[in-house]
Structure formats: structure tokens, C-alpha cells
Write a protein that binds this ligand. Structure first.
Ligand code: 6R9
Length: 656
């Protein structure tokens, strides 16, 4: 984030105290902080005991092999049982688990009893297809109930899911399948987006034609009704196969550290990292935070997290947190503006949604199109609003509370990452006096600090790097197949005390502590961009660009953008012959499409500038900071370390 933005943030001094009525009924109490402060591990053990354990645990944290943590390791648990059977056995089988809304307007409400029955069948099907504990299953589905059913069925038999966002390309899918050596892919013919069917199965076909040899079977859910190719002996219809398996399935307990899922996320190199999460600790923190941060009253609330299951927010706050808590929630297949710009607000009115969890980029795009759209609907059921994915600017925070929350709802800004598995920093509604723009306080049981480069606490009023100083239950257990990269990426930066147990987790985010010690997130400090709350790596997009035959060299930066937070801006040098063969506009259009095809539409650069040189230091390192100045229309900063200081004026002239 640049200096002027930080300035406006720090002059934000509006405060919102919880109302006494809200505080009186709140799930979170000040005692949670006290209890966690006096006995952090005891606190987490109590939260874990709120789950059902097939075998109770004695051990809480084993950190002897740091940074590879083990939580509740001698306990046995079944994650899916906790999300399903447990609620049915407690007499809540008739409670709606999912109010699913398809984009074309079709809908389905599924109770806990029904969801349990579907997952049992799906678990039997996976077993019949040869999937065993520890096997990896890739899931490439739209936002339909089968996505949740598939994830829970994999979890139920102790296998490991790797959900790949439906917007990712066949190539991204293939590399994720290969990295995890998935045996099975669960996909759909297609799903609905922006008013029409977008095909998914063809991307699976392409991925498997080019590689992914580990895959033996492809299960296909019928959703889009679009024509698809069929590979006999490999492809199977989900509904046909389910009809042939047993309805009954008994969930058995697995070790608390049994892997639950791998989720790929962008890092600073071109190769996405497979973040590994396990069972007991993950479910403990996902369910605790879902209750305490959103003030969940499962008998009366209707929760809606708008994230796709392809992202970690969808894993923890569409699937595992809400279902472990027996919540009733809304799941929506499509885009916010289809068929009309008030679609989300219509859904909130229809299902009387009481808790909404979404991203600042969505809020800002609603601000742009105008308050008249939400104001056409009755949003009075809303009582808690949450934000995640990127810093929320105070103006968006206030708009969210005023226009969506009727000027009365608490707003919680929740900071966390794919790696942290669950919320780490957030206000707690009913307790915290809210400050728009600040994520504020570590949740009970989480130890966070802001340090300078030498590992010293920066003190109130100063900025530095965000770290977690103690292990936490939902922490990543590693990077799939790459323990070295796990240690290097997260645990080496703050490793001053000489013992592995005292290493601290480096999150990759900059942060500032205000005079009260509240935390303000300032964006990534590495080469990771945040576009609409999605993580993208500059290196990954650069390597997609240079994979095109017309490109000689490419540099990518994230430029601040009013709606999406950051936007992808690329500076590209063409191969000599190419620059004659086509206009710069043609080349730019071609390359934008190429990146979308290589990685997915979310990575498509907003701008591609064709330049003749890139700013490099004498050692040949591209100075992206200077390109960012150009992309954001600022005066170019210090160029003295450039090998050729005239380069920047040439680039600036090309761009303007
Ligand atoms: C959950 C999720 C993680 C990165 C993280 C940070 C940014 C997320 C934020 C936030 C400021 C918040 N981020 N929440 N920044 N305030 N409330 O988004 O996971 O996709 O892994 O992204 O997103 O930069 O490091 P993930």
C-alpha cells in the first residue's frame, strides 16, 4: 500500500461501540480472552472438546519437531461426522443445512438429515472407486451442493481433497492434479455464470490429455446440461453411480493429524504451493472462530459466506466451520449481478440472512453502482457483517455498515490466510469497540506481533512485519511434497533465537500498530498481489507471459485499483520480429487472452504495456517498484541503482 493510503487510514478515528442489547446476547464473552491469556493450550483443548472425538485426546500441542506441529495428536476424529451425523443424532436432522440458490433461479433446501444421507452414499461410492485413506481427490466444481457433498465424502473416508477453483484453466488444473498425484477428479459438465453455462468438463479432458496420469476416474455431476465428450472406462456420471451404492455408511475415527485437504495458493515463485491442512486442529479453530467471530446462534441465524469453495474462505466458512456448528446457510451459484444488480440483496431478503461474510472488492463494486439496488430489498434480517481477503478501506467499511447493515450491525474485519486455515485477527462482535479499517485484535488463543527486520517488537505507533509468535491449531502442516520450501518461506525470516521452537511464522504482510496497539494491515510485502481478494504471484503471471512466442521479457506489478484493490499490470518486451508484425494494441490483447488461458480469467492483466526496455539494477534484477510508480501514475521514485537511469523516462513516455 502506498504512503497516501496509509495516511488516510491513520487519520480514521470513528469508533463503533457494541450496543448493550447485542452484548447481552453475544456468543463471545470477555472471559474468552482471559481464559486464553492464562492458559492458551488449555483454552484450545476446551474448544477442541466441543467437537465429537471417536477417541479422546490427552496431548494438546506437540511442537518438538517445530515447525511441523501436531495438535491433539493422540485423539481420533472424523471431520464429516462432526459436520453431519452429530447434528442429526442431537435431534437437528430437520434443520436446513443449505439453502442453495442456482443462478438461473432454481433452488434446493437440504436438511442436515438429507445432507448426511447424501454424503454417506458418496463416501461409499468413493470407496467403491478404490479411494482409500490418504489418497488425493481433485474437485473442480461450480458452487452447487455436490461440491460440499464431495468434500465431506472425501473427508469422511480419511482421504484428502484438493479443490481447484472452477475459474482456473486446464493447465492450472493439470499442474495441481500432478503435484498431488490425484487418483480421481470430481467435476461437472458445467455451471451457471453471468447468465449462461460455462463448461468445466472440457478443461478436465484437456488437462488429462496433456498429463495427470495418476487419475483413474472422472466423476461428472450433471448441472449445466451442456454437450460434453465422454471417455468410456474413465468417465462416470455422479448420479448414476450414486444410485448403485449402499445408503448406509459408518464414519470411523482418524488420527487428528490425518491430512484433510491441500489447497494451492500463489507464492513468490511461479509454482503455486500446496498448503496442507489436517483434521482436529483445523476443525477446532474453524468452528470456534465461526461461532465467536460471527456470533452464531445456530437455531435462529442464517449465515451466508459468498466465497467460492475454490478458496480457503469457502473451505473454512462455507463447509467446515458452519457445518461443524450446525448452522443454516445460504450457498449461491452465480455472479452478484445476474440477472439484475440486486441479486445478492434479493437472496438476503428471500432467506432472511442474518450474517453476511464477503470481500471488500464486492462491497466497493456495490458502492460504485449505487445504494438504490440494496435499498430496493428488505435487509433488516442482517445483524452481523464480516469482511475478508484484503484491507477494507474505512469508506467501504462505513458504507457496508450503513447501507447494508442499516447503520446498526457490527462489522468484523477478519485477517487470515490459506496458511492459517482460520481467522486469526478480528474484532469480536459484542465486545470490541470497532475501528473502521483495522482488523484490530488477535482472537483469543492466537499470538500475533508486529516486528522490525531484526525481530524486535515495533511498539505502538509503528509499522513492521506481521508474525504469529506461537503455533495455532489450524496452522498449515506443510507444503505438499516440499518441506524445505515450507521452512524457507515461513520460518526462516524470524529465526534469531537458535532453537526451532522459537521460530516465528512470517505471514508476508506488512502491518502497523496504532496508539492502542490495534493492528492495521498494510498489504503484502512480497511479490504477491491481491486482486479482488485473490492471491496472484507476479512470477506466475510473468512466466505465463514469457511462455508466449512473441514475448522476449515481461515484468508484472500490482497497481492499486479502486474496485479490485490491486490490478495486474504487465510491462512486456516483444521479440524483434513481432514488434513489426502487429500493433501494440493487438499484441496486448493477445497477451491478455493468453494469460487468462494459461492461469484463469482472474489473472488476466488489466493493462499490458509494450515497452522496449525494463528497469534493471546492475545485477539484472527488475525493479518492480519503479514500474508500480508508473502503473499508479505517480512520479517515479529513486532510480539511482538502475544500470541505465534513462530507462524510466522512456517507459513513462510509452505509457502516457
Ligand atoms: C482468507 C484469505 C491471504 C492474504 C493475506 C493478506 C490478505 C486477507 C485480510 C487481508 C487485510 C484482511 N488479507 N484478509 N488483508 N485485511 N482482513 O484471504 O486467504 O487467499 O490466502 O489470502 O490476503 O495479504 O496475506 P488468502
Amino acid at each position: 500500500m502506498n504512503a497516501p493510503q496509509i495516511e488516510t487510514l491513520l487519520h480514521e478515528n470513528r469508533r463503533f461501540a457494541p450496543s448493550p442489547e447485542f452484548a447481552a446476547q453475544a456468543v463471545a464473552t470477555p472471559e474468552l480472552y482471559e481464559r486464553a491469556a492464562e492458559d492458551r493450550l488449555g483454552f484450545w483443548a476446551e474448544q477442541a472438546r466441543a467437537l465429537h472425538w471417536h477417541t479422546k485426546f490427552e496431548q494438546v500441542l506437540d511442537w518438538t519437531n517445530a515447525p511441523f506441529a501436531r495438535w491433539f495428536a493422540d485423539g481420533r476424529i472424523n471431520v464429516a461426522y462432526n459436520c453431519l451425523d452429530r447434528h442429526v443424532l442431537a435431534g437437528h436432522g430437520d434443520r436446513v443445512a443449505l439453502h442453495w440458490e442456482g443462478e438461473p433461479g432454481d433452488s434446493r433446501s437440504i436438511t442436515y438429515a438429507e445432507l448426511t444421507a447424501e454424503v454417506k452414499r458418496a463416501a461409499n461410492l468413493l470407496t467403491a472407486l478404490g479411494i482409500r485413506q490418504g489418497d488425493r481427490v481433485a474437485i473442480y466444481l461450480p458452487m452447487i451442493p455436490e461440491a460440499v457433498i464431495a468434500m465431506l465424502a472425501v473427508a469422511r473416508i480419511g482421504a484428502v481433497h484438493s479443490v481447484v477453483f472452477g475459474g482456473f484453466s486446464s493447465d492450472s488444473l493439470r499442474s495441481r492434479i500432478e503435484d498431488a498425484q490425484a487418483k480421481l477428479v470430481i467435476t461437472a459438465d458445467g455451471g451457471y455464470r453471468k447468465g449462461s453455462v460455462f463448461p468445466l468438463k472440457p478443461a478436465v479432458d484437456t488437462a488429462l490429455a496433456r498429463g495427470g496420469e495418476s487419475v483413474k476416474r472422472v466423476l461428472v455431476v450433471k448441472r449445466g446440461g451442456n454437450e460434453i465428450d465422454w471417455t468410456e472406462g474413465r468417465d462416470l456420471w455422479w448420479h448414476e453411480e450414486l444410485a448403485q451404492v449402499d445408503a448406509d455408511h459408518e464414519a470411523k475415527g482418524f488420527e487428528a493429524e490425518n491430512p484433510l485437504f491441500i489447497l494451492y495458493t500463489s507464492g513468490t515463485t511461479g509454482k503455486p504451493k500446496g498448503i496442507l491442512h489436517t483434521s482436529g486442529g483445523y476443525l477446532t479453530q474453524a468452528s470456534f472462530t465461526h461461532r465467536a467471530v460471527f456470533d452464531l446462534h445456530p437455531e435462529t441465524d442464517v449465515f451466508w459466506c459468498t466465497a467460492d469453495i475454490g478458496w480457503v474462505t469457502g473451505h473454512s466458512y462455507v463447509v467446515y466451520g458452519p457445518l461443524a456448528n450446525g448452522a443454516t446457510q445460504v450457498m449461491y451459484e452465480g455472479t452478484p449481478d445476474t440477472p439484475h444488480p440486486g441479486r445478492w440483496w434479493e437472496i438476503i431478503e428471500k432467506y432472511k440472512v442474518s450474517i453476511l461474510y464477503t470481500a471488500p472488492t464486492a462491497i466497493r463494486s456495490f458502492m460504485k453502482i449505487g445504494r438504490e439496488h440494496p435499498q430496493r430489498f428488505d435487509l433488516s434480517s442482517l445483524r452481523v457483517l464480516g469482511s475478508v481477503g484484503e484491507p477494507i478501506n474505512p469508506e467501504a467499511w462505513i458504507w457496508y455498515r450503513d447501507i447494508i447493515g442499516g447503520g446498526k450491525t457490527p462489522v468484523v474485519d477478519t485477517w487470515w490466510q490459506t496458511e492459517t486455515g482460520a481467522i486469526m485477527i478480528s474484532a469480536l462482535p459484542g465486545i470490541t469497540e470497532a475501528k473502521p479499517g483495522s482488523a484490530q485484535t488477535p482472537i483469543p488463543g492466537i499470538a500475533i506481533d508486529v516486528l522490525d527486520d531484526n525481530g524486535k517488537h515495533v511498539g505502538n505507533g509503528n509499522g513492521g512485519l506481521l508474525v504469529a509468535t506461537e503455533p495455532w491449531p489450524a496452522m498449515l502442516r506443510g507444503i505438499w511434497g516440499d518441506p524445505e520450501r515450507f521452512i524457507e518461506t515461513y520460518w526462516e525470516k524470524f529465526d534469531f533465537e537458535g532453537t526451532p521452537q522459537r521460530r516465528m511464522y512470517f505471514a508476508g504482510d506488512g502491518a502497523r500498530l496504532d496508539e492502542d496497539g490495534d493492528i492495521w494491515l498494510l498489504g503484502r510485502v512480497d511479490d504477491v498481489m491481491n486482486v479482488s481478494g485473490h492471491r496472484l504471484s507476479t512470477a506466475e503471471i510473468e512466466s505465463a507471459l514469457v511462455s508466449h512466442p512473441i514475448v522476449a521479457e515481461a515484468a508484472v506489478v500490482g497497481a492499486s485499483d479502486e474496485t479490485t484493490g490491486q490490478a495486474v499490470v504487465a510491462f512486456v518486451i516483444l521479440r524483434a520480429k513481432q514488434s513489426e508484425a502487429q500493433t501494440n494494441d493487438e499484441a496486448a490483447a493477445l497477451l491478455r487472452a493468453h494469460v487468462a488461458e494459461q492461469i484463469g480469467a482472474i489473472a488476466r492483466p488489466k493493462k499490458v504495456y509494450i515497452v522496449t526496455e525494463l528497469p534493471k539494477t546492475r545485477s539484472g534484477k527488475i525493479m518492480r517498484r519503479l514500474l508500480q510508480d508508473v502503473a499508479e501514475g505517480r512520479e517515479v521514485g529513486d532510480t539511482t541503482t538502475l544500470a541505465d537511469t534513462s530507462v524510466m523516462s522512456v517507459i513513462t513516455a510509452t505509457v502516457h
